[in-house]
Write a protein that binds this ligand. Sequence first.
Ligand code: AMP
Ligand code: ZN
Length: 114
Amino acid sequence: MSDCIFCKIVKGEIPATKVYSDEQVTAFRDIHPVAATHILIIPNKHIASVNDLEEADEPVMGHILYTAKQIAAQEGVAQGGYRLIVNTGANAGQDVFHLHVHLIGGARLKHPMG
Ligand code: AMP
Ligand code: ZN
């Protein structure tokens, strides 16, 4: 998707603070962090949201989750705990329609969520 900001981050066309990337996924710091650690992990391929996943995307979604585990350890939040969030659609407040997993840690997070 040529006008998607996260596709542009994958391609290096707009700046981002990347913490990890490989052939399938890219992880970078959220521009408006809500906690000390706030990283977005995305598939390099444009997938608009969870609603747009296809069966063939199962491996990349598993890889995103495993990448989240590794980044949590790298960031030093694995033991203290963290939250993984995937906002999907209007009711969840999804703003960027390139599927992304928020990894948020380094603070006591509000619970229960609402
Ligand atoms: P969501 O509401 O789940 O769609 O969240 C989108 C997230 O993307 C927000 O937390 C934004 O702060 C973040 N964001 C938007 N543009 C950028 C950007 N250029 N670089 C890093 N994070 C961004
Ligand atoms: Zn995209």
